[in-house]
Design a protein around this ligand. Structure first.
Ligand code: ZZB
Length: 260
């Protein structure tokens, strides 16, 4: 699988576990892997697994990426780290430790987005960090709704209202005859009730991938009015050229099903 890693920069106040790195003047980024770089306008938050094991790893250009160790090891064979097969871990922590961190996300209409918990994050896939676009990703929509509608769920993870409640779904891609917020439509059609509805979410996701790519028209940004299928790669390449993203491939040997 070929992902684009998006660089979501950690803003002040940085979480305790990242302070020593921040104090050295290094730039720290959460590095979610995505297949939908054209949706980055609609980011509302970034997901991590609260019980997940994460690290802060130094990249070859001095940037620090927050991701799983497994993905840092893969990066070491893709010219991203300090040397071939080599990766330097500056800190280790769990997802819980970075919940609520404020981030600056490239292309996002929201100026600041926050790190929030999603229980379906797969530590063995991508970087174990996921950027959230609830307009076009059913998993993201269902998980954001769970946090918005369930105060006890927020309380369980110490999530402040202001990290969640002000964030609305942003229409970014029009699918004519279907919806300008395909994830909401697909969740309704499939009767998705929560982030735990794995089988229903997989169906909804497939619909959004297909329709988004085949019929989607950008509604925002520099390429508003253009087809998703025509501008997807252009948007990705521009983010990479701007230093806001990098390419990352997942070794094909291990295929992990999210439905378990
Ligand atoms: C932003 C985005 C916007 C995504 C969208 C999808 C969609 P897939 O779909 O299984 O082939 N993802 C990445 N890593 C993980 C992980 N470790 N655990 C759980 N989810 C993860 O995998 C690729 C997509 O799954 C990625 O692309 C990411 O969410 C998520 F509008 O990034 B995506 C219809 C989907 N729309």
């Amino acid at each position: 699988q070929n992902y684009t890693l998006i660089k979501l920069q950690v803003k002040e106040p940085v979480p305790e576990c990242l302070k020593p790195i921040h104090e050295q003047g290094k730039k720290i980024f959460l590095a979610p892997g995505t297949l939908r770089p054209e949706t980055m306008y609609g980011q509302t938050n970034c997901w991590i697994l609260p019980t997940g094991q994460y690290g802060a790893f130094e990249m070859g250009n001095g940037d620090v990426f927050v991701c799983t160790e497994r993905s840092a090891r893969n990066m070491a064979y893709q010219n991203l780290t300090t040397g071939k097969g080599e990766y330097k871990c500056l800190a280790k922590f769990t997802g819980q430790d970075i919940l609520g961190a404020a981030l600056k996300a490239p292309l996002a209409i929201n100026e600041t987005v926050y790190v929030l918990p999603m229980l379906s994050v797969d530590e063995e896939k991508g970087t174990g960090v996921v950027t959230s676009v609830p307009s076009d990703s059913p998993d993201d929509y269902a998980s954001l709704q769970d946090l918005k509608n369930k105060a006890p769920f927020r309380a369980k993870f110490g999530i402040k209202d202001e990290w969640v409640l002000p964030f609305e779904v942003i229409p970014i891609i029009d699918i004519p005859g279907y919806s300008t917020t395909s994830a909401i439509k697909a969740c309704q059609e499939n009767n998705v009730k929560s982030q735990n509805d794995r089988a229903l979410l997989d169906k909804a996701k497939e619909t959004c991938y297909q329709k988004g790519f085949n019929d989607g028209i950008m509604m925002v940004g520099k390429y508003a009015g253009r087809k998703v299928s025509e501008v997807k790669k252009i948007i990705k390449d521009e983010m990479i050229a701007a230093g806001e993203a990098v390419e990352y491939s997942e070794p094909a040997s291990k295929v992990v099903s999210r439905s378990g």
